[in-house]
Each structure stands twice: as structure tokens, then as C-alpha cells.
Design a protein around this ligand. Structure first.
Ligand code: NOJ
Length: 546
């Protein structure tokens, strides 16, 4: 069934170039039915909040039918909604309302692997080695006389071998959990299936896709050994890539897939886009995913990985902007997501971490390109570090001891008792517990509260959308500053906006940039300008000819 959704958004097909996209981790955003898990109806009810926050689009993490071994990144049916999250009618109601409010919807697509409960994989397990059913996945015979050794030395990103043996002696590849078998993207049926899945969601009005593990679908022919123990050299994809091109990532033929996807996206009206979650050895190789015949964007995680230092940010920003000029596509800026420790905690936690996180938000939102916010960062939420082990659900936790659950704790909306309005009135359930300190961080507690992080984000997003120097695509000009201070300008329509970030170890006096518009910490007026505290950022405006 094709649902025709009237969209008020069709005029601006390049909306994604300067958009602010809000990542909704669906099971932790808002729970409408009181089962302790967020759902599509919960998102629908909170759309006015997101509209008021001032974002342009939502990226929804997977809500498809799934055994939830990896939080929904293990999909059993790509064309349906898991009952835990609602149903297709809920999706259609949610996207209709979102569009009516001027919010676009990006959905996650998980093409590298399915769930082991996907009918294709259950059929593959039931079939014999060499059968057409097995050909859709990466089954191989093991090494050694009795085939008891895995086919090669690849290790799972979640720890342990990337191969699991089935009772008839063959092995199947899973770059992630054993419950996430990798598909064989050299198989034409796999390609056709995903092209059809794209159309299924495009027909339902989605404005874009976030492509999971977009660099992983093609494996080097012959499945050669990596040649080193990736688990002892570093588990992060960024660390692995420092070792050279891996036979399971960023293979040249992966681009054929996106060259086939782009005409599908372009055949729909209204500017449908795709953003790759891709990792590559160099920014140049990452840039190859972007272009008029491939994808619109690739996440750059370098900004997220920058340390809290002016030099580190400056280097990352310069590299990203230079690359974006070469490929003619906007940079993406990300500070947090559902896989990484929240940036309040990465920057030092507590008051220091929060102060820095607020400053980083003003830095990010002043830059040209597309900014991705992760739910709860507008509330200044820290990572929850002390979740009891028995409540942790990240499959990587069992295999490596590292867990991503601490950034996935349900959002506090209101009230005095946990889970702080995450569910309907009176519901005490939430799949992970919120700490008591989150009472003061709830949306209700911060709304209208001068100086709150929520009001800071609202103010910054309002200015970003309305100020000519920020709303456009114009570049930045760095200004001379003292050590540890970043300052750059953007200019449009006779107005100059200057962003200054103080990452030095002493307050700095700032003069000559005009009127402050928004600051992450309190500015003090001085005869000769304004005093910007340590770990703080400010936007100034001036009209040179006015
Ligand atoms: C990247 C996703 O962001 C992460 O949450 C997931 O575990 C892996 N891909 C595997 O799908």
C-alpha cells in the first residue's frame, strides 16, 4: 500500500545542507503505553516539543520487527514496525504530524546484516551448504583438517571471533553479534531486496535514510586474513582503521551499491537524502561516499573525537571544511550519539563537563553544515556510569565489558519521581533506570528556566535559523586570538556573527565584535568589552556598515 502524504516541505530540496537533525533513540525517547519502552506514538506526542526546540528533522533509530539483541540493529522484518514500538499506522500518523509541523523524518536502514531471526537466515540455517538460501549470507567452510578453525582471522566489533559455526560444520560471518549475520552484497537478490525496502519507506514519506555500517557491505574477494589481532590493537573502528584498509571495510565496490540507490532517492520529490555511517582510513576516502551520484552526507566523527583543546577543534574543523569544499557537500557535525559516551561526561563530567558541553554546542551550531543532536544533549544529560551490570543490555557488554547503555537511559520529561514522565501518568516503568539527579534536568524543570541548557539550545537554534549569517551556507573566517581561544566569523547581508570559545585556562576579555546574542556561561561587562569565562562560548553580532 502506498500512502500519499501531503508534505509542506517539498520546496526546499537542499534542506539537509544546513539542517539540524535530532536523533531519536526510539526506545528511550517517550513511552506512550506504559510498558517502559519508548514508541512511535510517544514520539508523535512529543513532536510539538521538538518543533519548539527548533530542529528541522528527526533521525529515528530502528523501530522495525526485531528480537532486540542489538537495540533493533538486528532486523527481522524491514517492512514492519515491532509491536514494542507500535505499528505501521502509528508510523504513518507520526510522519503525517511531523510533516504538518515542518519536521522531516530520516529512518535508519541496516543493510550490512539482518537478525538471525530474519526468514532468510532461518531458511539458510535449514538449508544445506552450497544452497541458494546460504548464498544470501557469507557462509564458508572452516580451516584445518576437520574445518574446526574459522575461515579467517576476522574478529567481531563486539568482541570475539566474527564467525560462528553451525551444526553441519560451516561457519557464517557476523561483523557484530552472532545474532547479526552479514549479508552477501555480491548477491543480486540482496541488492534488489534493499532497493525495494528503500522504496517501501520512501512511499511512506520518509525524507531520508541513515545507513548503518555503510562502509561494510562488501568484503574483499577471498575473505583474506586481516593479519593482526584487532581486539588487542583497539576495538574502535577509528583505531582499527589506523592499521590500514581492512578487508571487510571500505572496499571500492561498495560504491556501486550507492550509485544504484541514488537514482531511487532522486526519483521521489521533496529532496530525499541519505547519510552514511561510514568509517574510512582518511577523510579523502570518506569523501568518496558523497556526491551527486552517491550519498548526500557521511557522518564525520572527528569533531566528536576532538579533545577539549583549541588546537584539536581547529584542526578538525579546518579538515572537515576543506573536504566539504572539495566534494561540494556540507560537513556533518556530531557531538554525541547512541554509541558513544555522552559529551558532558567525555569533557570531564560534573559541572566542568556540562560547562564545556554547552560551549561545544554553541561552537557546533555556529559552523556551516548539518548538525546532528542526540536526544537529551539539549538537557545537558551526562552518561549514566553506574548502571547495575544485570540491567545492561548492550551485546558488546557481555563480550568486551564495554557498554553503550549509559547514553541510552530514557529521557526525563517531568515530575519528581523516576522515570520522570518517560511513560504515561503513573507509570513507573523504564527499561533502564534514570538517576535521581535527572529530576532537575527534566524538560519541565528546564523550560523557562533562565540559564538552563534547554533554553540555551532553544535560543541558539532560534538564532541559527533566523540570523542571515548562520542560516546560509557561507564559510567561516578565523580571527587572530590568544592561545586556547577559538574565534571565527560568518557574514551575510551586512551582518557579521562572531563565535568565540574560550578553551584557555583564564577568562578572556573580548572587544569589538558587537552585541552578545547568546552565551553558554554568564558574560561580565567590562569598560573595554566583555569577560568570557573559561570553558565558555559566545555569539556576537555586528553590522559593520550599519
Ligand atoms: C552502528 C550502530 O550505530 C550501532 O548501534 C550498532 O550496534 C552497529 N552499527 C551494528 O548495527
Amino acid at each position: 500500500m502506498t500512502v500519499s502524504i501531503p508534505s509542506p516541505l517539498t520546496s526546499d530540496i537542499d534542506w539537509w545542507r544546513s539542517a539540524v537533525v535530532y536523533q531519536v533513540y526510539v526506545r528511550s525517547f517517550a513511552d506512550s503505553d506504559g510498558d517502559g519502552v519508548g514508541d512511535l506514538q510517544g514520539i508523535r506526542e512529543r513532536l510539538p516539543y521538538l518543533r519548539e526546540l527548533g530542529v528541522d528533522a528527526l533521525w529515528l533509530t530502528p523501530f522495525y520487527t526485531s528480537p532486540m539483541v542489538d537495540g533493533g540493529y538486528d532486523v527481522a522484518d524491514y517492512r514492519d514496525v515491532d509491536p514494542m514500538f507500535g505499528n505501521l499506522a502509528d508510523f504513518e500518523a507520526m510522519i503525517t504530524d511531523a510533516h504538518a509541523l515542518g519536521l522531516r523524518i530520516i529512518v535508519d536502514i541496516v543493510p550490512n546484516h539482518t537478525s538471525d531471526k530474519h526468514p532468510w537466515f532461518t531458511a539458510a540455517l535449514a538449508a544445506a551448504p552450497g544452497s541458494p538460501e546460504r548464498a544470501r549470507y557469507l557462509f564458508a567452510d572452516g580451516k584445518g583438517d576437520d574445518g574446526a578453525q574459522p575461515p579467517n582471522d576476522w574478529e567481531s566489533i563486539f568482541g570475539g571471533p566474527a564467525w560462528t559455526r553451525v551444526p553441519d560444520g560451516q561457519w557464517y560471518l557476523h561483523l557484530f553479534d552472532p545474532a547479526q549475520p552479514d549479508l552477501n552484497w555480491r548477491h543480486s537478490e540482496v541488492r534488489r531486496e534493499f532497493e525495494d525496502i528503500l522504496r517501501f519507506w520512501l512511499d511512506r514519506g520518509v525524507d531520508g535514510f541513515r545507513i548503518d555500517v555503510a562502509h561494510g557491505m562488501i568484503k574483499a574477494a577471498g575473505l583474506p586474513d586481516v593479519g593482526f589481532n584487532s581486539m588487542t590493537t583497539g576495538r574502535r573502528q577509528s583505531e582499527l582503521l589506523g592499521k590500514g584498509r581492512l578487508p571487510y571495510f571500505d572496499q571500492d565496490e561498495v560504491h556501486d551499491i550507492y550509485r544504484a540507490w541514488r537514482p531511487i532517492l532522486d526519483s521521489y520529490p521533496g529532496g530525499r537524502m541519505a547519510v552514511a555511517e561510514a568509517w574510512a582510513e582518511t577523510p579523502q576516502r570518506l569523501a568518496r561516499y558523497i556526491g551527486p551520484d552517491e550519498l548526500h552526507q557521511a557522518f564525520s566523527f572527528d569533531f566528536l573525537d576532538a579533545t577539549w583543546s583549541a588546537d584539536s577543534f581547529r584542526k578538525v574543523i579546518d579538515t572537515a571544511l576543506a573536504e566539504s569544499t572539495i566534494v561540494g557537500a556540507p560537513t556533518t557535525w556530531v557531538l554525541s550519539n547512541h554509541d558513544r559516551q555522552r559529551h558532558v561526561t567525555r569533557y570531564g563530567d560534573g559541572e566542568v563537563g556540562l560547562r564545556r558541553a554547552r560551549a561545544a554546542a554553541l561552537l557546533m551550531l555556529a559552523l556551516p553544515g548539518c548538525a546532528y543532536l542526540y536526544q537529551g544533549e539539549e538537557l545537558g544529560l551526562p552518561e549514566v556510569l553506574d548502571l547495575p551490570d544485570e540491567l545492561r543490555q548492550d551485546p558488546a557488554f557481555l563480550r568486551t565489558g564495554e557498554s553503550r547503555d549509559g547514553c541510552r537511559v530514557p529521557i526525563p520529561w517531568s515530575g519528581d519521581l523516576a522515570p520522570y514522565g518517560f511513560g504515561p501518568a503513573g507509570s513507573a516503568l523504564s527499561w533502564l533506570p534514570a538517576p535521581t539527579t535527572w529530576r532537575a534536568l527534566s524538560v519541565a524543570a528546564q523550560t523557562g528556566t533562565p540559564g538552563s541548557t534547554l533554553e540555551l539550545y532553544r535560543a541558539a537554534l532560534r538564532i541559527r535559523h533566523t540570523h542571515p549569517a548562520l542560516a546560509g551556507l557561507g564559510g567561516i573566517t578565523w580571527l587572530e586570538t590568544g592561545p586556547g581561544v577559538l574565534a571565527f566569523q560568518r557574514e551575510a547581508a551586512g551582518t557579521v556573527l562572531t563565535c568565540v570559545v574560550n578553551i584557555s585556562d583564564a577568562p578572556v576579555v573580548i572587544d569589538g565584535y558587537g552585541t552578545p546574542l547568546v552565551a553558554s556561561s554568564t558574560l561580565t561587562e567590562r569598560d573595554c568589552g566583555h569577560l568570557l569565562p573559561v570553558d565558555a562560548a559566545v555569539w556576537f553580532e555586528r553590522h559593520p556598515n550599519g
